[in-house]
Design a protein around this ligand. Structure first.
Ligand SMILES: Nc1ncnc2c1ncn2[C@@H]1O[C@H](COP(=O)(O)OP(=O)(O)OP(=O)(O)O)[C@@H](O)[C@H]1O
Length: 264
């Protein structure tokens, strides 16, 4: 189902990944691939492990077993004396820069304006010259429709505008993969559309691998090349949106979708 890149290497590969908190197993031997440029929606009930998949990919926490690969290189591991060993903090930091993540809460720096928010990581992490980082920030803010808000501080922006700054900020690191974790959940209903429009635009204009945990089934159906339905830390069913939403095969998928669609 994945769209491999020209070398046939998936952009992301989870290989037998397990994540536990104490005795509670959240991801249970997960095998999963995402192709270069692929748009994937991750859906499933609360607590099924959707966010954990993104957090493990972002290396925000360590996995207990297995390995995650990014663009053919070990993400969670590093090579030492010809062996793959768990990555050290410096390796994780370097790898993390290749992945952009946008969260439910925008987490912008309140004392920085929109341009400064987008410049901060490229300057401090990538050591990008300030003029270049500023030009890139402006270009990205234009792309997310905030060309007239360069000097606005988060407190002067609506939730939807702040989330669009957060998207521009993540893109400023030139990530290979963008992760979106319920990015519209904290927004007032009338602001959701503007953020989804930006994601739609990025999907059509940039050749980025985009993984999205979402409860917006309508958007998932329209946007995703593939939908993965999670249940209890495993993929229960996956396939093109027309299959998952139109003719789901698994009983759990059917139950979940009928409950969600009934509630909307
Ligand atoms: N730091 C943690 N410590 C202990 N348990 C955790 C921790 N983080 C997540 N969990 C548990 O792991 C399970 C999976 O959480 P996760 O956030 O991945 O689910 P989710 O599918 O994204 O759910 P939701 O749709 O509600 O966000 C949940 O039962 C959660 O309580």
């Amino acid at each position: 189902m994945t769209a491999p890149d020209s070398n046939g290497t998936p952009m992301v590969r989870f290989e037998n990944v397990t994540k536990s908190y104490g005795s509670f197993v959240v991801l249970d031997g997960l095998d999963l691939e995402f192709g270069a440029g692929e748009k994937v929606a991750i859906i499933g009930p609360s607590g099924s492990g959707k966010t954990t998949v993104l957090r493990m990919l972002m290396t925000l926490e360590r996995i207990n077993d297995g390995i995650i690969w990014l663009d053919g290189e070990p993400l969670t591991h590093m090579e030492r004396d010809g062996q793959l060993v768990p990555a050290n903090a410096a390796h994780l930091r370097r790898q993390r820069g290749k992945i952009g993540m946008v969260f439910q809460h925008f987490n912008l720096f309140p004392h920085m304006n929109a341009v400064q928010n987008c410049m901060e990581a490229p300057v401090t992490v990538l050591r990008m010259p300030k003029a270049e980082a500023r030009a890139r920030a402006c270009e990205l803010l234009e792309m997310v429709g905030l060309g007239d808000k360069f000097n606005h501080y988060p407190g002067q922006l609506s939730g939807g505008q702040q989330q669009r700054v957060a998207i521009a900020r993540a893109l400023a690191m030139r990530p290979k993969v963008m992760l979106f974790d319920e990015v519209t959940s904290a927004l007032d209903p009338e602001l959701i559309g503007e953020v989804l429009n930006v994601i739609r635009k990025l999907g059509s204009e940039l050749d980025l691998t985009m993984l999205m945990v979402t409860h917006q089934m309508g958007f998932a159906k329209e946007f995703a090349d593939r939908v993965c339905f999670f249940h209890s830390g495993k993929i229960c069913e996956q396939g093109p949106p027309e299959q998952i939403f139109g003719a789901p095969e698994n009983e759990r998928t059917k139950q979940f979708l009928s409950a969600v669609l009934e509630a909307t």
